[in-house]
Design a protein around this ligand. Structure first.
Ligand code: SF4
Length: 185
């Protein structure tokens, strides 16, 4: 049976065989980047919500892991900003409870100024945020953000997460790499 919220697994240069989880519908994001491979953001928001029901994700993950070989990574990615899903912390805990597969979060990092959001993703093994701009002018030209976002707060949120996030993977000093390009695995 097909999956609604899982995709792949796909071969990833950085993560090996990566099973994707999409926690938001197309296309819910805090940004509307000019280079986005998913097209225009149709719901530009900073409001977190259970955009995809936790129970559906749980059932699909349990079924996938029961019926298929374990991937190298389970990766939050897809057609928008996964951290907008208010149950992402619960999904990470679920994966950790039913498998030994490491978890990666591909995110634009714009919500990490919120300590609650940072706490929720501390259970992941790898967080890969993107950062394209260091001034609000460039931020607006490249990322076309939600009006409530500010690039200084974006950067401060990334710095706070870097301080709090445990170093425990094999990426050495780049365990928490900040990418400057599109965030796909
Ligand atoms: S943050 Fe990612 S998903 Fe959102 S608009 Fe930019 S490239 Fe697309």
């Amino acid at each position: 049976m097909a999956f609604s919220h899982l995709f792949g697994p796909v071969p990833s240069r950085r993560l090996g065989v990566s099973l994707g989880i999409d926690l938001v519908p197309h296309k819910v994001c805090t940004l509307n980047c000019v280079y986005c491979e998913c097209g225009e953001t149709t719901r530009l928001t900073v409001t977190r919500d259970e955009y995809v029901p936790f129970q559906e994700v749980k059932e699909e993950l349990e079924r996938y892991l029961r019926e298929n070989p374990a991937p190298d990574y389970i990766t939050f990615s897809g057609s928008g900003e996964p951290v907008l899903n208010s149950r992402i912390g619960d999904v990470i805990r679920l994966i950790k409870g039913i498998s030994a597969v490491p978890v990666a979060v591909l995110t634009n990092g714009t919500l990490f100024n919120d300590p609650t959001v940072r706490r929720e993703i501390l259970g992941a093994d790898l967080v890969m945020p993107s950062l394209d701009a260091a001034s609000n002018g460039a931020f607006h030209r490249i990322n076309r953000p939600h009006p409530r976002l500010d690039v200084r707060e974006h950067i401060e949120g990334l710095a706070a997460l870097r301080r709090e996030f445990p170093v425990r993977c094999g990426w050495r000093s780049s365990c928490f790499p900040v990418t400057t390009t599109a965030k796909r695995a």
